[in-house]
Design a protein around this ligand. Sequence first.
Ligand code: BTN
Length: 243
Amino acid sequence: MSIIKLSAIDSTNDFLKDLSRNQSVDNFTAVVAQKQTNGKGQMGATWQSEEGKNLIMSILIKDVLQNSDEIFHLNVAVALSILQVLEDFNIPKLSVKWPNDIMSDHKKICGILIENSFKLDTKIESVVGIGLNVNQRKFDDLPKASSMAVVAENEFDLDLILNKIIFQIKKNCSWILSNQSDKLWQEYHKHLFKINVPMAFEDANHNKFMGIIKGVSTDGRIQVLLEDNSVKNFGIREFQILF
Ligand code: BTN
């Protein structure tokens, strides 16, 4: 297993994508940085992180997904890996907010950005970026963000967390490889934020509505039971939970 440690970089995801474009990179190679100057979040957002306090990492995963129908299996495997590692550190009230934010109670403590590329030989290569808030204690303009240190009132060792995450991701990927991703999905659903709870939502046109999250389909869309008893699936840009 190789780990590349950097003091500063624009984005660990971009660094790892470039590296793998230019040379052969071993499966599960990880890149960590103390600081990112252009950290990327979901849907074009930026990812902010206090220098040296948090885990900023990307990991290359190849030869796990067999075809594009399986893309969301990797989101499930990775989100669950983080949750399982955080359980080990006794982080309270953990859940996965669809598609793959890791929450402690109602605060986000980790974000995941997976960038997939489809190779000519139909192989899929994924760069999995993880921003885990570990020892940062102030989140001035981010009222819904928190960290392991804040919620568990403790300091944590970044290297130890890094090694556990890589180990757990490898383990969960082996479930995909042995065609047993249903086990990962069961766990993912067990920990899905607000599953089976009546909630208010907002669609892409800012219309508010009530519904109940029933699960996530294998293509990664969230399934919501609406007031007229129909079930509607939403994609990532079409829906947000109001909480
Ligand atoms: C999100 O918006 O929730 C996803 C955040 C992902 C941030 C991580 S930090 C390491 C990696 N490099 C990036 O540029 N982004 C991801």
